[in-house]
Design a protein around this ligand. Structure first.
Ligand code: NDP
Length: 285
């Protein structure tokens, strides 16, 4: 019997707690603030950034949505980031990716002040994560949301054999560090991994973040595995699909995230939660 992980319900619960934290900070005269920066007109990015902006406003977080033309130079964008780094009202800065070719995403993430790095992509924060440091620092929101799912659904990570397919800096790599810090044994696979199916079949926990629709089929999953599908793909029919063949895997996995309604809502909820964390750390340490 497969249990579906209800990302929507968990996001709602997380957002309610965030809203309460925002209210109690308001009593101390503190309003957490986020700046969402988008460059260009990529339709999916426009939807994502608007959703983040609206959700922040709904939770009582001060939010600004800064949209720049696709022709903006890297130097101009860096000047905007510097301005946000110095803005007292802003606790978290998120620059939506992908960025146009003239802009190096690594330069952008390095320009965001580490204590305002709400996406957890600044090398200083990534370094702390990979060093397994304790203390306060932001981590990438999608892996953070997935860790909350594991906790909510009582998934035992200690000694678990985890396979992550997809090794981006946004998802796969920080996920590896978080899980390894939680004492899981983690393998990170990519497009050049040999015999991927044998590897995924060995996983107690399988996390897929490739952007390849329905890459993982029933035969690639171990009986009773926990399967987390990060992918969001628009099919030619207009329907959304994940990187996992949901219908095939549905009765084989023990726990499975649907697309939509799984990882996606938790990414936004984690972003909101982390914005409030950053405000709290800035004001109270
Ligand atoms: P990237 O394009 O940055 O990375 C994709 C990764 O998948 C790469 O490491 C690549 O390997 C690997 N890959 C591609 N094809 C294969 C294959 N056939 N077999 C094995 N590995 C493969 O993507 P992102 O990490 O940014 O996003 C991945 C997916 O997750 C997308 O669908 C995106 O929309 C979604 N996403 C969803 C979020 C959510 O909140 N639900 C948040 C972020 C992303 P290699 O490195 O070898 O090229």
């Amino acid at each position: 019997m497969t249990t579906l992980i209800d990302g929507k319900a968990l996001a709602k619960k997380t957002n309610e707690i965030t809203q309460q934290r925002v209210s109690s900070l308001a009593h101390q005269g503190i309003t957490p603030g986020i700046a969402v920066v988008i460059v260009g007109e990529d339709p999916a990015s426009l939807i994502y950034t608007r959703n983040k902006h609206r959700k922040a406003q709904k939770l009582g977080i001060y939010s600004v949505l800064n949209q720049f033309p696709a022709t903006i130079s890297q130097a101009e964008l860096l000047t905007e980031i510097d301005r946000l780094n110095a803005d007292e009202q802003i606790d978290g800065i998120l620059v939506q990716q992908p960025l146009p070719v003239q802009i190096d995403p690594a330069v952008v993430t390095q320009a965001i002040a580490p204590d305002k790095d709400v996406d957890g992509l600044n090398p200083l924060n990534l370094g702390k994560l990979f060093a397994g440091e304790g203390g306060h620092y932001p981590v990438a929101c999608t892996p953070r949301g997935i860790m909350k799912m594991f906790s909510e659904y009582h998934v035992d990570l200690t000694g678990a054999n985890v396979v992550i397919v997809g090794r981006s800096i946004l998802v796969g790599k920080p996920m590896l560090a978080l899980l390894n810090n939680a004492n899981a044994t983690v393998t990170l696979a990519g497009s050049r991994t040999k015999n991927l199916s044998a590897l995924t079949r060995s996983a107690d926990i399988l996390i897929v973040a490739t952007g390849v629709p329905q890459l993982i089929k029933e035969a690639d999953v171990k009986d009773g595995a926990v399967v987390i599908d990060v992918g969001i793909n628009r099919l030619p029919s207009g329907k959304l699909a994940g990187d996992v063949d949901f219908a095939g895997v549905k009765d084989k996995a023990r726990l499975l995230t649907p697309v939509p309604g799984g990882v996606g809502p938790m990414t936004i909820a984690s972003l909101m939660e982390q914005t409030v964390d950053l405000a709290q750390w800035r004001h109270h340490g």
